[in-house]
Design a protein around this ligand. Structure first.
Ligand SMILES: C[C@H](O)[C@@H](O)[C@@H](O)[C@H](O)C(=O)O
Ligand SMILES: [Mg+2]
Length: 468
């Protein structure tokens, strides 16, 4: 490890906080299934025996966040007290210990709340590792020897399509030209598309005005939400096409609204507006349903994209095996953090399916840029058919937010995984006692149907720290 004399030797403690933003007030992030999302995250800090800390988050929506926070607390003993050597020299082993914790795995395994909690902890470990090595995460990954990188992945359940040795060979084959590609990331960055103009709760006027604004900045790729009402969708697609013209790209996202047959019928109606892909047409668990949809829509020039709610590497494996997706949308928190996401990138390469990460939310843009840049430098070596999603809100809460220049993500240079938030933001938005939330309750602008905390109740703000 670099900076050995200053390096921490073990994890001393873990804190987790329930951070929420009242995005539902403006309907930012709304779609056919989530009409009023409050973008939230379980925010983890790992403390060490030096000043080094690791920050990690799992993105969620609204009240679900409290479940993830509780799950993080229940899993924290797996890492607290552990020497860092033991963790980073056997990262796949620690990851397995988290996902297989014997009293917790029953409520998973490797899916839902418990897996989001694993992601928050694992992401914090990677942030810590990158800080110790004094590199942004993408560079830490790109600089790792193939054997070392692959040693962080748990190959259980995917060995039938990707063996460890094959993964190592894939990375070795891509070593030539790495420096040039790195340079390109630093100078040009990675292409992006935006969803920020297309939320379902936005009026047509607002969409129009936002699209025009983005176009004046040079944006060429836009995603809008569909799936609530067919006639509305047609009208909105028509407006968008009229504004962006034929030469720019439109993607549509139904957020799992439809049955399989309905998805096909609905998309036939939207085909004249030439969407590049339909995202999440149906249940994220329905692998074969996606294949049926993809087969029906490919002749119309429409691809199928999914992934933001794919539980784990097994579902991705099957989607790829079944020819169900044309675009693979990894998410930085839905699976168990970086380790598992790496395995999906490698499988996607094997099946020759481009990865276009899901972003937005809280901190997803900050995180996925690292993963996608690593993919470019070390795995796929191309940006062809690939883009990173971009949503403009909430970046002010991050110390080192993603930077966009000419519709490209600029390669981060600060050590870590870019997820650290300002302490003030954490204090202000900790739910429900942060001052921003208290004010909303007092002003009668927000009501929590479950807890409705009386705003005069004072509580300690920062989350409990599990210390050893
Ligand atoms: C509720 C959320 O905003 C989703 O609508 C969002 O993640 C979306 O699916 C996306 O692709 O950005
Ligand atoms: Mg989506």
């Amino acid at each position: 490890m670099a900076h050995a004399s200053y390096s921490p030797s073990r994890i001393r403690g873990l804190s987790v906080r329930d951070i929420r933003f009242p995005t539902s007030l403006e309907l930012d992030g709304s779609d056919a299934i989530h009409p009023d999302p409050d973008y939230s995250c379980a925010y983890v800090i790992l403390y060490t025996d030096t000043t080094f800390k690791g920050h990690g988050i799992a993105f969620t929506i609204g009240r679900g966040n409290e479940l993830v926070v509780a799950a993080v607390k229940s899993l924290s003993h797996v890492v607290v007290g552990k020497p860092l050597r033991k963790i980073f020299d056997d990262f796949a082993g620690i990851w397995r210990a988290l996902t297989s914790e014997s009293q917790m795995r029953w409520v998973g395994p490797e899916k839902g709340v418990i897996h989001l909690a694993v992601a928050a902890i694992t992401n914090a470990l990677w942030d810590l590792w990158a800080r110790i090595e004094h590199k942004p995460l993408w560079k830490l990954l790109a600089d790792m020897e193939p054997e070392r990188l692959v040693s962080t992945i748990d190959f259980r359940y995917i060995g039938d399509v990707l063996k460890k040795e094959e993964a190592i060979q894939m990375l070795k084959d891509m070593q030539p030209g790495k420096e040039v590609r790195e340079e390109r990331m630093l100078s040009r960055g990675y292409p992006a598309y935006t969803t920020a103009a297309g939320w379902l709760g936005y009026s047509e006027e607002k969409i129009e005005q936002l699209l025009k604004g983005f176009m004046s900045q040079g944006w060429r790729h836009f995603k809008i939400k569909v799936g609530q009402d067919l006639e509305d969708d047609k009208r909105r697609c028509k407006i968008v096409r009229k504004i962006i013209g034929d030469e720019r790209t439109l993607m549509v996202d139904a957020n799992q609204k439809w049955d399989v047959d309905q998805a096909i019928e609905w998309m036939k109606e939207l085909a004249p507006y030439k969407p590049l892909w339909i995202e999440e047409p149906t249940s994220p668990d329905d692998v074969l349903g996606h294949t049926t949809i993809a087969k029906a829509l490919r002749p119309l020039g429409i691809g199928v994209a999914t992934g933001e709610m794919c539980h784990n590497r097994v579902i991705f494996k099957q989607l790829l095996q079944a020819g169900a997706i044309d675009y693979c949308q990894i998410d930085a928190c839905r699976m168990g953090g970086v380790n598992e996401v790496l395995s999906v990138y490698l499988m996607a390469k094997k099946f020759n399916v481009p990865v276009c990460p899901h972003a937005g939310g809280v901190g997803l843009c900050e995180m996925v840029q690292h993963l996608q840049m690593w993919d470019y430098v070390s795995v796929s070596g191309t940006t062809k058919d690939r883009m990173i999603e971009y949503v403009g809100i909430l970046s002010e809460h991050f110390k080192n937010p993603r930077r966009i220049n000419r519709c490209h993500y600029i390669a981060p240079k600060v050590p870590g995984y870019s997820v650290e938030m300002w302490e003030k933001s954490l204090l202000d938005y900790e739910y429900p006692y942060g001052p921003k939330w208290k004010k909303l309750f007092l002003d009668g602008k927000y009501r929590d149907p479950q807890t409705s905390p009386p705003p005069w109740v004072e509580r300690r703000l920062s989350g409990d720290i599990n210390m050893r």
